[in-house]
Design a protein around this ligand. Structure first.
Ligand code: 5GP
Ligand code: MN
Ligand code: MN
Length: 330
């Protein structure tokens, strides 16, 4: 992490500089929360020409549609084509940025805030901390060094990011420093009960019934991954259409699948085009799913990773099974 270069890049901006914030495709709580929280902080710091965007349709998932700082968002095609500074959040590689990669090349400088061990060190200045529980930890560190005080709006964004990437402070990455940061955020007066209900515990009835159907077709393979057990299911675009649901409701599905006691590894295979599937993988410890994901063209963390698979569900699953054995950590 090159704090000095990052601080110099921000402090050296001319008064009329245009700054563009970007994050990974299908933005999650950490991508949106760290980007918008940092954006609000930059605005307080004095950046006047500031935009935020992400690849794909400019649709923020419903659970995040209350976040402070949404007014920073513009559709990707409207984003500054050649900003003075581009700042990238929570993306492990350029492949996660879709058409926005061209902004990295055309920007005066590119600053990358991330916490993926698999980060490919794209862009110019790296604040990449694989020990950070969320990108928002890095974002808070930079705001602090810039002398920007936390307010309730910045804190709400950073809290969403921290609580989503730690699974509500349940995952191993939940260090004392994570709780200290949460304490700093809560001290601004934000309400953790309200925030948690909005982002974790609110779902349309159609999505509840869709989950019922998709969970009903889950399969358990006790002998996969050298006897560690694999549980998986899939959801098609037709499933979404039948229940009238947008694709992002499926992001929560992995949490209902990974609790399977008999499986160490869990997968949800989500159709994004006729022969294209977004795969989410989770591990309870014996398997490093980021190795599986990287081998299949994706990335992530040891216990939470993903990739885009092509072909049929069976073909995608076969490739996962083949990689699982080599990914045992013990
Ligand atoms: P999720 O399953 O929640 O979508 O993602 C879990 C983790 O895997 C996240 O850290 C995310 O960055 C990573 N991940 C998910 N899908 C992809 C992908 O297609 N490519 C890469 N490089 N990483 C992914
Ligand atoms: Mn993310
Ligand atoms: Mn993250």
């Amino acid at each position: 992490t090159d704090w000095a270069a990052a601080l110099a890049a921000v402090r050296g901006l001319p008064a009329d500089a245009r700054v563009l914030l970007i994050c990974h495709v299908n933005p999650d709580g950490d991508a949106l929360g760290s980007m918008l929280g940092f954006g609000l902080g930059l605005r307080r710091w004095g950046v006047r020409h500031l935009q935020a965007t992400f690849p794909g349709p400019p649709e923020v998932p419903e659970p995040f549609r209350w976040l402070p700082g949404l007014d920073l968002l513009v559709p990707q095609d409207d984003a500054y084509p050649d900003p003075d500074l581009v700042i990238c959040f929570d993306a492990a590689s350029e492949s996660r940025l879709g058409d926005l990669v061209d902004r990295l090349d055309k920007a005066g400088a590119a600053l990358v805030l991330d916490h993926h061990a698999s980060n490919t060190r794209f862009g110019g200045i790296h604040l990449v901390d694989p020990h950070a529980a969320a990108t928002s930890v890095v974002a808070e560190g930079l705001l602090d060094r810039l002398g920007v005080p936390l307010d309730a709006e910045i804190a709400a964004c950073l809290y969403v990011a921290l609580s989503t990437d730690t699974g509500s402070f349940r995952f191993e990455a939940t260090t004392p420093e994570v709780h200290r940061m949460a304490a700093r955020l809560l001290a601004t007066g934000i309400r953790p009960g309200d925030i948690s209900r909005r982002i974790f515990d609110t779902r349309p009835f159609g999505a509840v019934r869709l989950f019922g159907e998709v969970l009903g077709r889950a399969r358990l393979e006790p002998e996969a991954a050298a006897g560690r057990g694999l549980v998986w299911t899939y959801a098609t675009q037709d499933d979404l259409a039948r229940y009238g649901q947008p694709a992002y409701v499926l992001e929560a599905l992995i949490d209902s699948v990974r609790c399977t006691a008999e499986a160490d590894v869990s997968c949800v295979v989500k159709q994004v085009a006729p022969a294209e599937w977004a795969v989410s993988m989770r591990s309870k410890g014996a398997v490093d799913v980021s190795r599986v994901a990287v081998a299949l063209g994706g990335g992530g963390h040891r216990f939470a990773a993903g990739f885009t698979g092509r072909g049929t569900v069976d073909e995608v699953l076969d490739r996962i099974r083949a990689e699982l054995v080599g990914a045992l950590t013990a």
